[in-house]
Design a protein around this ligand. Structure first.
Ligand code: CTP
Length: 418
């Protein structure tokens, strides 16, 4: 009979799971199961509103511990303070806009709020709300305040929301949350000592002061890789084209706009890096000449927009490699393996991650992805569709096995120029 092998990465660890009053509260049940399957002891705290979505009994049965929801009920043993005393992590999932605001402002009118004010352990917050609420400047300001204070925010995903509309606000996938929690509570640190240079997002090539050529890359894969690598102990510099993603904590982010700027930013830090992961969707063409004024419709002749090739950054870096592992990403609409193999060879890479772009399954903009991993000496490895954050860890497992070998002597450098 088939047996599932328990993952006990969090054996002996204590997690306080705080559930707040979002329609996504039911997803916290699945999350609780994953946490306990990973070996964690979980204590559940619920806000009053959360108890209206899911009965505390559900969490009590699955966690094997009573649920705390009333600030005054446990006052004899100071439950609101003692619960997190021995905790390794406080996980707020789902976190409503209301709770996010309370945490940012330090309001303490419920168990979670009081707990957060005496917290000694890491805080992981997983917002879930309507897309317009998440995008609201007040909510974003609260999220940023909490990030700056050291909390880790697991970004909500884009998808269908309770309102039936599509937007960014859906609670992140359980596996994404678990990967973040595991990485904090029981860090693997197998990337310690590595210096990882990652590119992410699209590039933009100006046509005139208000228009540009670009593509639909969201930057999510590169950002997920940066976050995963830093949590596994690496030093990470992320050279990012324009995205709407928040800066991952402890990652040095170098913002760029054009392919030329990306080339310069990466070249300046190339000697420092032990691994280069080129996840950016670099535009291949740019207007020969960017206009200094807004192009008027009447001026347009059909020949006005002449294009030229941008530099192939990865090819240029590969040609200068001394000791770096070189990893590329390929965006393909068809013949994925054939085109991928040819890019792997042409750009002399250690690994190429091939994704499908265009159509329903396009990797662009999504929170999950399905890829083929190509290496020079082994058969292709298929990685099934999974959240990008989880895929990032899987890819790092693979990349970590590529030996770092000196190709030619390097002008040693130990710190990236910022
Ligand atoms: N790349 C790059 N510079 C470019 C274009 C692409 O460094 N000007 C990198 C990408 O970041 C990616 C890899 O090369 O890691 C493959 O990119 P992709 O867009 O799939 O392929 P191209 O090389 O642009 O080839 P084609 O457009 O013919 O598919």
């Amino acid at each position: 009979m088939a047996q599932t092998i328990p993952r006990l990465q969090m054996g002996g660890k204590r997690v306080v799971l705080a559930v707040t009053g979002s329609i996504a509260a039911y997803k916290a049940v699945g999350l609780l199961r994953l946490l306990t399957q990973s070996g964690a002891t979980v204590q559940v705290v619920m806000t009053e509103a959360a108890t209206r979505f899911v009965a505390p009994l559900t969490f009590e049965v699955l966690s094997g511990s009573p649920v705390t929801s009333d600030l005054f009920a446990g006052h004899q043993d100071m439950k609101h303070l003692s619960l997190t005393e021995r905790a390794d992590l406080l996980l707020v999932a789902p976190c409503t806009a209301n709770t996010l605001a309370k945490l940012a402002l330090g309001l303490a009118d419920n168990v979670l709020g009081t707990m957060a004010l005496t917290l000694q352990c890491p805080l992981v917050i997983c917002p879930a709300m309507d897309g317009d609420m998440w995008a609201h400047p007040t909510v974003q300001a609260h999220a940023e305040t909490l990030r700056r204070r050291g909390a880790v925010l697991v970004e909500p995903e884009i998808g269908e929301l309770a309102s039936g509309q599509c937007g960014q606000g859906r609670l992140a996938a359980e596996e994404t949350i678990l990967a973040t929690v595991e990485a904090i509570v029981q860090p693997r640190l197998d990337w310690q000592g590595e210096r990882v240079l990652i590119s992410a997002g699209p590039t933009q090539e100006p046509i005139d002061p208000v228009r540009f050529l670009s593509n639909g890359s969201s930057g999510k894969m590169g950002y997920a890789l940066a976050e995963a690598a830093v949590l596994r102990g690496a030093e990470v510099v992320l050279v990012s084209g324009p995205t709407r993603l928040p800066r991952p904590s402890r990652v040095t982010v170098v913002p760029v706009v054009t392919a030329d700027e990306m080339l310069h930013a990466l070249t300046a830090r190339f000697d420092w890096a032990t691994t280069v992961i080129m996840a950016a969707a670099v535009g291949d063409f740019r207007p020969k000449q960017a206009l200094s004024h807004k192009l008027k419709k009447e001026e347009w002749t059909g020949e006005s927009l002449q294009l030229e090739r941008t530099p192939d950054i990865l090819l240029a870096l590969s040609a200068q490699r001394t000791h770096q592992r070189m990893i590329g990403f390929a965006a393909e609409t068809d013949h994925l393996l054939e085109h991928g193999q040819s890019k792997l060879r042409k750009k002399q890479l250690d690994m190429l991650v091939v994704n499908q772009v265009g159509g329903q399954q396009s990797a662009f903009g999504r929170d999950d992805n399905e890829v083929m991993v190509l290496t020079p000496d082994a058969p292709p490895v298929h990685m099934p569709r999974m959240p990008k954050r989880q895929l990032a860890d899987k890819l790092l497992d693979h990349i970590g096995q590529v030996p770092v070998r000196a190709v030619r002597p390097s002008p040693a450098s130990s710190s990236p120029s910022q």
